[in-house]
Design a protein around this ligand. Structure first.
Ligand SMILES: NC(=O)c1ccc[n+]([C@@H]2O[C@H](COP(=O)([O-])OP(=O)(O)OC[C@H]3O[C@@H](n4cnc5c(N)ncnc54)[C@H](O)[C@@H]3O)[C@@H](O)[C@H]2O)c1
Length: 452
């Protein structure tokens, strides 16, 4: 209302002209970085193994072996059909086993990719590092808060490289977003909103169960690990995300990506306060985690974060982040980052239309005296810019390229265990807030829940 009044009354010469406002600028982000033309020497080769050869593990490995000088030599999984498929994908010489310890005992393996369900991340990662292997561990890094310090300490004491698999941290889109925010493109950041909405059965984790699933083809006790024992259950095996015993709900599966992105772009270490709510609104299929979750988080850097995951959405499936600053917004979609600049007003405006005519006139004159109409030669920057990733761009490939560069140089990775714990620790605050029915506090520097 105020704006309408102000515009209709004063028609002040705003520094922003409609022409500049709407002229969009489109940029293609740098294409794939060329790989060095030199051949990778024999002793520069990195031999890897996959632990947990399901959907993500296979996808990760497919990207990893495209990095020059990287070869898969072994795979471990609890379902035989996936081990068979590993040989189909990467050759019959790939050594396969149900027991990852057989892989860790091999001297010819430099690094492992861990693509198990969340409840195995800490154990598999620490076992691998203690066996002298570098580790690429899928997100969320932790299942329990105690996993974080154990993984950080093991990486330190064994001097192993560990990278966590939130691939957005290596994305050219997120690098551009970080650069834009730091350059002041949207002014002072005051709020981040991020969402992940789905409207499909697969989106709600109802993955297909193979026809031969049984206790003969699946190593159920090994899969269960430290999870509370229940009789063989193929749904729990193949759709484990639906149960807290193995996964961490939408917070661990999806919020964690949004935290990793937010932390990378802002440079923040994490929220100090969190509250979340949600419910099981649609997928009443025996799962014990919510299909709708909303979380609110306070950051000491001076912004708030609002997250939403919705598996019941009647609209299009979508994910994205919106950074709102004092002078514009920045949006990240699946293959682009865009900035809309709306600089702050240069005068406060006047809302006098409901006063007597004489008073309106008097106030308008006084206002114009105080804020004379100026025509600036240098209007504040405004407009819309969009940066688009090249077709086929894969941030997972870039994340692996960064990981293997660190494996070779022993230089720090882009997403170490501290970063991974800060993202996953923040995400799991949502589950804790819902369980306790209250606001929960977190110390992002010490990476500890603050008891209230
Ligand atoms: N970075 C991403 O974008 C992304 C995307 C999807 C999944 N993920 C993560 O990847 C992980 C795996 O997810 P998924 O969808 O591939 O699950 P999945 O069920 O398809 O695969 C997990 C595999 O791990 C195996 N497994 C379980 N315990 C094991 C053990 N002790 N030793 C060896 N293998 C074991 C299972 O048999 C199964 O085949 C999860 O932590 C998930 O959060 C990350």
């Amino acid at each position: 209302m105020k704006q309408l009044d102000r515009r209709s009354f004063l028609k002040t010469a705003s520094a922003v002209s409609a022409g500049t406002m709407l002229a969009p600028k489109l940029f293609a982000l740098g294409a794939f970085e060329e790989e060095p033309a030199r051949p990778v020497s024999a002793n520069d080769h990195i031999q890897i193994a996959l632990i947990g050869a399901g959907w993500r593990g296979q996808l990760d490995t497919g990207e990893a072996v495209q990095v020059p000088g990287v070869k898969l030599v072994a795979a471990a999984d609890c379902y035989d059909g996936r081990l068979v498929h590993c040989k189909e994908l990467w050759g019959k010489d790939v050594f396969t086993t149900r027991d990852y310890n057989e892989i860790l005992a091999r001297k010819d393996i430099d690094a492992v990719i861990i693509g198990t369900p969340d409840h195995w991340h800490m154990k598999a990662a620490t076992d691998a590092m203690k066996a002298g292997k570098d580790v690429y561990c899928e997100k969320p890094m932790i299942h329990l808060y105690s996993d974080g310090p154990a993984m950080i300490e093991t990486a330190r004491s064994t001097n192993r490289i560990i990278q966590i698999g939130s691939q957005r941290v290596s994305s050219i889109l997120y690098a551009k977003a970080k650069e834009l925010l730091a350059s002041g493109a949207i002014g002072k950041l005051n709020m981040v909103q991020a969402h992940w909405d789905r409207n499909s059965s697969l989106g709600a984790w109802n993955y297909d169960i193979p026809l031969d699933a049984s206790t003969q083809t699946c190593d159920w006790p090994r899969f269960e690990g430290t999870a509370p024992h229940i009789p063989w259950n193929p749904e729990h095996f193949f759709q484990w995300r639906k149960w807290k015993a193995y996964g961490s709900g939408v917070a661990g599966d999806l919020f964690v990506h949004l935290f990793s992105g937010t932390h990378f772009i802002t440079g923040s270490h994490g929220p100090t306060r969190a509250m979340a709510t949600g419910g099981l609104r649609f997928w009443n299929d025996g799962r014990d985690v919510y299909d709708v979750m909303l979380g609110l988080f306070d950051y000491e850097m001076g912004f708030n974060l609002a997250l939403r995951v919705n598996f019941v959405d009647g609209g299009e499936e979508s994910e994205g982040l919106t950074f709102t600053g004092s002078e514009g917004t920045m949006q990240i979609g699946e293959n682009y980052v865009s900035v809309t600049r709306v600089p702050r007003e240069t005068e406060p405006g006047l809302m006098v239309g409901n006063y007597a005519d004489a008073m309106q006139k008097e106030m308008t004159e006084a206002y114009r005296k105080k804020y004379p109409i100026t025509h600036s030669d240098n209007p504040p920057a405004t407009g819309f810019e969009k940066f688009v990733a090249p077709d086929g761009y894969s941030d997972t490939y870039d994340h692996f390229k960064n990981f293997f560069a660190s494996v070779r140089t022993r230089k720090p990775v882009v997403e170490d265990a501290v970063f991974g714990f800060r993202a996953a620790g923040a995400a799991l605050l949502s589950n804790m807030s819902i369980e306790k029915g209250q606001v929960v506090n977190w110390d992002p520097e010490a990476m500890k829940v603050v008891q209230s």
